[in-house]
Design a protein around this ligand. Structure first.
Ligand SMILES: [Fe+2]
Ligand SMILES: [Fe+2]
Length: 330
């Protein structure tokens, strides 16, 4: 679906001046995405059979165990835990990411509403933005319902991050280009992790599998919109706004990927995971770093395309622990 939509985004409409042709191509793309939202969308309660016996969540279900070939799951420390602890730790990680997802989507929805607040009548972006807000609302309902049924109690974000979210929400109105890079920074790693997990061949709990499939389907539209919005608007920005973007993007991407792909402090504390094990699984783990970079490759590629990332500023990406995207984002 996505490839076809991207094609519409750059299609040429004969007979119109170049600027107008580009604009019409972009507007057609937004209308197409909105139409897709009507044709294929999910309701958190009508489309998921929460009470089916096979969907019941048991903390010691071995299907919740972490994959043995990555991160914490690959460490000797994890492998030596009893089966029930391995499963509960895996489930704790899942509900922890869902809680982060609920917070992220809350910020995203508020930012999208800020973005839509002053859009003019007949703007196709207005309709699309509301479709996205509604879809994120359904995602948060499914994540929160899963958390509630797990019986676990993942914490949300701390006070500092909560304050930081107000800054991000405001960007939706005052600097939407930076806001949509924040959106990509959160959506790309989680989309990457969910797709990788489904492709791995690992047996998943059916409820979790259903949630991941629904999420991937709808996120494809969100990612497509954010990318195309940026492609259309970043080239129009002035020098200082572009410098600000180039500075902020690696900061956002590093923070967001860590939040989405690593266990939170509450989980580490609850299971007494030694600091050395966390270093082995994430901080000093070349394979994990490669995974983080792979999850950000398409955003980095977009930055190269928009000339926000080049030989002259790649050092800043390296300092932020993101390696050399000029090599991996190809
Ligand atoms: Fe979502
Ligand atoms: Fe989304």
């Amino acid at each position: 679906m996505e490839a076809a939509i991207e094609q519409v985004g750059t299609s040429m409409i004969p007979g119109a001046p170049l600027g107008k042709r580009r604009r019409e191509g972009y507007e057609q793309l937004i209308e197409r995405l909105s139409a897709q939202s009507v044709r294929k969308h999910y309701d958190a309660y009508a489309d998921i059979d929460w009470d089916a016996p096979h969907n019941a969540i048991r903390r010691d279900d071995p299907r919740f165990e972490l994959p043995a070939d990555e991160g914490l799951g690959a460490t000797e420390w994890y492998q030596s835990q009893p089966a029930a602890v391995r499963a509960e730790l895996g489930l704790t990680g899942i509900v922890g990411s869902m809680k982060v997802g609920v917070v992220f989507e809350n910020v995203l929805q508020r930012g999208m509403l800020e973005f839509a607040f002053k859009l003019p009548n007949r703007s196709p972006e207005f309709r699309y933005a509301y479709h996205e807000v509604i879809e994120e609302g359904q995602h948060s309902l499914m994540f929160q319902e899963f958390i509630n049924r797990s019986g676990l109690d993942p914490r949300g974000v701390g006070t500092t991050t909560e304050w930081g979210t107000r800054f991000v929400v405001r960007l939706g109105r005052v600097f939407p280009e930076l806001f949509f890079f924040f959106v990509l920074g959160g959506e790309e790693p989680i989309d990457f992790a969910q797709k990788q997990s489904l492709r791995s061949g690992k047996e998943h709990h059916p409820l979790l599998e259903r949630i991941m499939k629904i999420h991937i389907t709808e996120e494809a539209r969100h990612l497509c919109f954010a990318r195309n919005y940026l492609k259309r608007n970043v080239p129009e920005l002035g020098f200082f706004a572009r410098q600000r973007l180039a500075y902020m993007i690696p900061v956002i991407l590093g923070e967001m990927a860590a939040m989405m792909l690593e266990p939170g402090p509450a989980m580490i504390k609850r299971f007494g995971v030694p600091a050395g094990v966390i270093r082995e699984a994430y901080r000093d783990n070349a394979e994990h770093k490669r995974r983080v970079r792979a999850s950000l490759a398409s955003v980095a590629k977009l930055c190269i395309e928009l000339d926000l990332l080049h030989e002259g500023n790649v050092w800043w990406w390296k300092i932020r622990g993101l390696g050399n995207p000029l090599k991996y984002a190809v």
